[in-house]
Ligand binder design. Structure first.
Ligand code: IMP
Length: 177
């Protein structure tokens, strides 16, 4: 059985989400945002974050897969793409965690081809040590160490997404339990 140790508490997450919301409200004052939820992992962060926003928000969703083993391969498969025309819009990608950055770089490349007015990234967690692509989120909740994390939307084998805090899994391994 895996042991979980909490590295970010629910209270710390709430405070970070409020801070990120305030930063975004300040930067986008008087403008609308098309907020893009990168499924699956971002669904809880996304729903908390957009409720902090006071500018007009359109929400859309995309779903990609890239995390076949312990590290993203960069071979991103698109399961579901946006339904909204993003041309001329202020687009904010909302991601749970950036590790290698390969997933986001593919998403960004594809979105840029549709000519948004602006394109920014808000990531709850930034595992900077794992970076392989040049991705620097415009808004970051927490810098985290290079551990496999679960909770608040992040999963291990489809489990633990419902945990209120973010936890480190011990021993490391990609199988539940
Ligand atoms: P990247 O392409 O390596 O940046 O990986 C991005 C995706 O991998 C994230 O959106 C997550 O779905 C997944 N991922 C990366 N690190 C973790 C982790 O520690 N726990 C759970 N999922 C992770």
């Amino acid at each position: 059985m895996k042991e979980l140790s909490e590295v970010i508490s629910p209270g710390e997450i709430s405070a970070a989400v409020r801070r990120l919301g305030a930063e975004i409200n300040r930067d986008y004052a008087g403008r609308g945002i098309l907020a893009v939820c990168v499924l699956n992992g971002s669904f809880i962060f996304f729903s908390d974050l957009i409720r902090e926003l006071t500018t007009p928000v359109e929400a859309d969703f995309l779903k990609v897969r890239s995390y076949a083993s312990t590290k993203s391969s960069g071979d991103v498969e698109v399961d579901c793409w946006l339904k909204t025309d993003i041309k001329g819009k202020d687009v904010l990608i909302v991601e749970d965690i950036v590790d290698t950055g390969l997933t986001l770089s593919v998403i960004i490349q594809r979105l840029k081809a549709d000519n948004p007015k602006t394109l920014k990234v808000c990531a709850l967690l930034d595992k900077r040590a794992g970076r392989k692509a040049e991705i620097n989120p415009d808004y970051t909740g927490f810098l985290v160490d290079d551990h496999f994390l679960v909770g608040y939307g992040l999963d291990l084998d489809g489990h633990y997404r419902n945990l209120r805090g973010v936890c480190k899994v011990r021993p490391p391994g990609l199988k539940f339990p």
